[in-house]
Write a protein that binds this ligand. Structure first.
Ligand code: 9L3
Ligand code: MG
Length: 131
């Protein structure tokens, strides 16, 4: 049986900038930058998973906006889907609470200054069109 676990990533947008998060784990991904997010749990919608993951990982209250067209294979059985999102009014600022050790708000000029995970590159390109 082919299991397809959906991993949701957030292109969190604020003031014309995109949030990038540097992974601290697992070792093979540590030091690379990603759109924060994680696995959709059984019975959960992708949008709900996105809100939950950003609450857990960054301590923020986020609102999903729109799907970035496309989906990108991760490790076998896993696929990445990405939504743009924004912080709800009154949300805290993002902090790296788990899985990340640094965050950066990138302007369009700075987007390629960080070493994105390979699989996130096409998603970041898609998100850039919405910045
Ligand atoms: N992954 C890749 N790009 C992303 C995210 C959020 C996740 N933008 C990969 C890393 C892991 C797997 O998906 O191999 C599950 O992610 P997590 O639950 O460890 O964040
Ligand atoms: Mg995660």
């Amino acid at each position: 049986m082919t299991v397809r676990i959906v991993v949701v990533g957030a292109a969190l947008l604020s003031g014309g900038r995109l949030l990038a998060a540097r992974r601290s784990a697992p070792p093979e991904l540590a030091g690379r930058w990603e759109l924060p997010g994680g696995k959709v749990e059984p019975g959960e919608t992708p949008e709900h998973a996105l809100v939950r993951e950003l609450r857990e990982e960054l301590g923020v209250e986020a609102e999903p906006l729109e799907r970035v067209p496309g989906e990108w294979p991760l490790k076998p059985g896993y696929v990445l889907r990405v939504w743009t999102a924004r912080l709800r009014s009154g949300s805290a600022e993002p902090r790296p609470l788990e899985d990340h050790d640094e965050l950066r708000w990138l302007t369009p000029d700075e987007i390629w200054d960080v070493d994105w995970l390979d699989q996130d590159v096409p998603a970041v390109k898609g998100a850039l069109l919405r910045l």
